[in-house]
Structures are given as C-alpha cells and as structure tokens.
Design a protein around this ligand. Structure first.
Ligand SMILES: NC(=O)c1ccc[n+]([C@@H]2O[C@H](COP(=O)([O-])OP(=O)(O)OC[C@H]3O[C@@H](n4cnc5c(N)ncnc54)[C@H](OP(=O)(O)O)[C@@H]3O)[C@@H](O)[C@H]2O)c1
Length: 314
C-alpha cells in the first residue's frame, strides 16, 4: 500500500481508504468486522464514516466495536451536520449541535479522539466562524486531531479557509465531495481551490456506486444482492446508454493493460495530486483486496490522454 500526506498536514493516509455507508444498512456486524480487519491486512488505514450512516449511529457503533484493541492502527474520519433527531438543534453546524454530537461519536466509536472530523454539509443558518471556532476548540481539547468538510461549493470552501486564516483558527485539511470518471462537476470550482490551498480532496462514490466495476452490463439483469438491485433511483441515474458507452471503452482500456475497470477508476483519481486517499465502499473482503490493488497502478500521461478521449465521448 502507498501512503500519502493528507493535504498540507503531516498525516499519512493510505492511497486506498474505506467508505462505510453500507455498515449497519446493507451490512451486518459480522461482515463489517471482516471488512475492517481485511483493510488492516491490506495496509488500508483510512476509514470514513459519519454519525448519520447506518441509521443514526449504527455505522460508527459497528466500527467502534470492531476496532476494540486495534483502534490506534486506523485513522478514523467521521462527520457531523446531518439530522440525528427531530429537534431544532439535532442537525446543522451550530456550536451546540457539534459539541453534543462529537461526544456521541466518540462514545459510539469507543475512542477518545477522532482523527479527521468533517462538516458533512453546509448550514446556511449558522455563521461559518461559529462552526470553525467550535472545531478549533475541539482540536485544542484533543477530541479531534484534524478538521475537514464535505459537499461545500468552491466559494464556501474559500470562505471557510479565509475565516481560519484571518481569525487564526485551525483550518480544514480536506474536502470530501462526489467525484468519479462519470461525475466530474468538482473539476470546475472545488478542485482548483484544493490546488491553491494544498487541501486534500477526498472523492466519494469513486466507483459510481459500483457501476465502474463492470458488474452491471447493458441489457443484463441487475445482479442480486448488489447496491442497485431494487434501487430504481440508482438504476435510472447510472444505467444509461451513454454511461454504458463509456464503461465499454474503459473496460477495453483496462483489459488491454491487465487490470480491472474498478482498479482503473481508482487509479485515475489517484493520478490527481490533490487526491491522497480514495474511499470506496467495499462490502466484502474480496472487494477490499481488489480495491487495494489499484494503489499499485500509476497511469502515464499517455494513459490519461487516451482516457480523456474515452470520457469526453460521453
Ligand atoms: N460526504 C458525503 O456526503 C458522502 C456521500 C456518499 C458517500 N460518502 C462516503 O464515501 C464512501 C464511498 O462512497 P460509495 O460507497 O457511494 O462509493 P463507491 O465505492 O462508488 O460505491 C460503493 C459500492 O461499490 C461496490 N464495490 C466497491 N468495491 C467493489 C469491488 N472491488 N468490486 C465490485 N463492487 C465494488 C459495492 O457494491 P455492492 O454493494 O453491490 O457490493 C459498494 O456498495 C461512502 O461509503 C461514504 O463513506 C460520503
């Protein structure tokens, strides 16, 4: 496994990480534990979760339970902001909600520190300096080691970074947003901010929910037990003719080089110097092993140009 320093911090994260929004939903505790152990085996240290995953806390609870005795070998990233109750202060980025929720996440994760604490969504009702100030307090209290954000637009990210600079507060080291060979919106506004401020970009849904592994084929039945099985929304979003056209081009490219398309989707992201870890949501030990292999594949400039041609045909 390769390790990269996360943005302008000194933290070394594995180039392939693990996303955990299946834990406690489509995955029970036993399969969660197997996947997490296999990660360590493969050198994967970066685990991304959120308080809301698995239905208000289940993903964090499963991780906490599975990592008893080995917690220090992993870097735990979690998030706050999404709804954790029905009350007016049970969501968002206020001092109250963040201070309440960090304690709940620490308890569920069975740890006394979070490696990377991320603001999951923007909150237009809370001034950004209130949010950054409370995160800065949590860093000083040792409950949180680094801070990051997620789903911020380019201007919101810049506003947050300038708030930290001007108020002498801890700065975000990372932003997490959707990015894959099929979803490239962040290239316009967010990735340029990451380059300018040496921020780490953490792409979510890097395999387009599994589409970029080739498991869904044009005209074939949706394989049982997969994420898209029975999920009409995902099917109509991803299983389109133009996506299949791209998929077929990518499959050929990967096969000619003795790799899988899943490895290609991850290696393509890792080619971007702002991306230090790609968190794919593996649901089995086999998927963990396959995703880890991607870290070994370095695409050349010629490869990237050929891939641009395939992707731009979309
Ligand atoms: N910040 C945010 O707002 C946000 C939003 C979404 C996700 N995230 C984070 O980002 C992580 C990754 O997102 P995602 O789960 O949507 O990503 P993804 O990696 O694009 O999709 C995950 C799905 O891909 C399939 N998969 C993974 N590895 C595979 C392999 N080697 N072979 C075949 N299939 C494979 C699995 O499908 P099957 O289930 O069919 O096995 C899995 O459910 C999440 O887990 C979460 O931690 C963050």
């Amino acid at each position: 496994m390769k390790y990269k320093r996360m943005g302008n911090s000194g933290l070394n994260v594995s180039a392939v990480g693990l996303g955990t929004n299946n834990f406690g939903m489509r995955m029970d505790y036993e399969s969660t534990e197997l996947v997490l152990k296999k990660c360590l085996d493969q050198g994967i240290n970066f685990i991304d979760t959120a308080n809301i995953y698995g239905g208000r806390g289940k993903s964090e609870e499963f991780i906490g339970q599975a990592l008893v005795g080995t917690r220090d070998k992993y870097l735990l990233a979690t998030k706050v902001s999404g709804p954790m109750g029905d009350g007016p202060n049970d969501r968002g980025n206020s001092r109250k909600h963040i201070m309440d929720e960090v304690e709940n996440s620490l308890r569920r994760l069975q740890t006394d520190y979070i490696d990377l604490y991320q603001i999951h969504f923007t909150d237009p009702e809370t001034p950004i300096d209130e949010t950054i100030r409370v995160l800065d307090d949590l860093v000083h209290q040792g409950k949180v080691r680094y801070i990051g954000c997620s789903n911020f637009a380019g201007w919101q990210l810049t506003e947050a970074l300038w708030t930290s600079i001007h108020e002498h507060l801890t700065s975000f080291i990372s932003i997490q947003s959707q990015y894959s060979m099929l979803e490239r919106d962040v290239e316009r506004e967010v990735l340029p901010v990451c380059t300018a401020y040496d921020l780490s970009f953490i792409p979510y849904s890097p395999l387009a929910g599994g589409f970029l592994t080739g498991k869904y084929q044009r005209g074939a039945d949706i394989p049982e037990g997969t994420r898209f099985a029975g999920n009409q929304r995902a099917q109509s979003r991803f299983l389109t003719d133009s996506n299949y056209d791209v998929l077929e081009g990518l499959e050929q490219f990967a096969q000619e080089r003795d790799h899988t398309i899943g490895e290609l989707a991850i290696a393509w992201l890792l080619n971007n110097s702002s991306i230090d870890s790609v968190i794919s949501g593996a649901t089995s030990e086999e998927q963990v092993v396959n995703n880890a292999k991607a870290a070994e594949w370095e695409l050349t400039t010629d490869d990237m140009e050929s891939l641009d041609e395939i992707l731009n045909a979309k």
